[in-house]
Design a protein around this ligand. Sequence first.
Ligand SMILES: *Cc1c(COP(=O)(O)O)cnc(C)c1O
Length: 465
Amino acid sequence: MSTITNHMPTAELQALDAAHHMHPFSANGSLAQEGARVITRAKGVYLTDSEGEEILDAMAGLWCVNIGYGRDELAEVAARQMRELPYYNTFFKTTHVPVIALAAKIAELAPGDLNHVFFAAGGSEANDTNIRLVRTYWAEKGQPDKNIIISRHNAYHGSSVGSASLGGMAGMHAQGGIPIPNIHHINQPNWWAEGGGMSPEEFGLARARELEDAIQELGEDRVAAFIAEPVQGAGGVIVAPDTYWPEIQRICDKYEILLIADEVICGFGRTGNWFGSETVGIKPDIMTIAKGLSSGYAPIGGSIVTDEIAEVIGGTEFNHGYTYSGHPVAAAVALENLRILEEEKIVDHVRDVAAPYLKEKWEALADHPLVGEAKIVGMMASIALTPDKNSRAKFASEPGTIGYICRDRCFANNLIMRHVGDRMIISPPLVLTPAEIDEMFVRIYKSLDEAQAEIIEQGLMKAAA
Ligand SMILES: *Cc1c(COP(=O)(O)O)cnc(C)c1O
């Protein structure tokens, strides 16, 4: 076979992609007919495709490219580390400088006594680690039956068997024989879709108290941990009412349930603080990290645990680890990413500049005829599409039909914005400037207007009965 390069015609690249590459979370049969868009390079907040189109990436890849694309510093660090020590493990009484430096840096950044890091290659692996960590923790404390983990419907914690079991995605649970045993799901704090006649405050409390009900039903001596994203990401950027998190913290404290904050999206500046836990005011015992840890430049994730958990786990041999736990190149890249986030004050930029400006414009989207609520925390935001905002109506069509139409209009207008059911979501690079935000909104309004016209034309502007 001849060399495959950027210079090949798009159609040839698409044909080869369709012939040999299986896309994640895709219907590969129909994608093969349509042809995947070939992304060839990226700089700042813009992607370039094989036709030379410039696409504004309002998702920062998969919520991960926090510092933006094209930072040479990371490329240089990776090249240097590959030459010096491309790989070594830390299983058998060895360690290396990048993993030492990264673990120490993360301990410095993480709040409270979250001072110990177990590394993985991404968020799914890290959450698999968490399942084994919390069960081993309680077993070591003489309570091996305290092994049930409570999570939430519509949570996303990854795609491996363990992490997808923790997650609450119905579509994922429908395939491949998951969830694994001893994972229990309670309802999510999604007021727009599920709040009924309650005020957001009442609803937030009610949904938090489902945790207490579950603990009482399952038995305090059976429940090991509760896991949640500070702001649900893949579930549709669901922001809990203000009453929710204080009540969750109270319940975890009262029943001695470990609180795992899945910070894979919220961590490293996304919500305007270093960690989403700080934004929502919780004190987790374990944090899951990945994505923004390296801004997606290298695959790396991990679990940050408290002094106490590290001490208990340290009392036994923890029979767990990944070939790429603390991979030196990924660790060096992550460390350089954290240096840039810190020295360029990117978290301050989010809090003081980008997020306030984005919030003002984002919340105004609620005036668009197709938009119900508009929610935003830092640099992650969502809008609920609705045929009738006053009654918070859902569409009569199959859920996701309208969101899909809207996403396709965005894609055609060179804007990456995702849909989750009939919600539209963004999670742009944190370095987005006000001028880029203005450009993004030109594309958002154009796409929403076109989607609205298409929905009306197809007779889909109808509320579910
Ligand atoms: C993406 C994500 C994961 C999974 O991370 P991977 O690196 O894809 O394995 C876990 N939790 C949350 C909250 C995520 O958004």
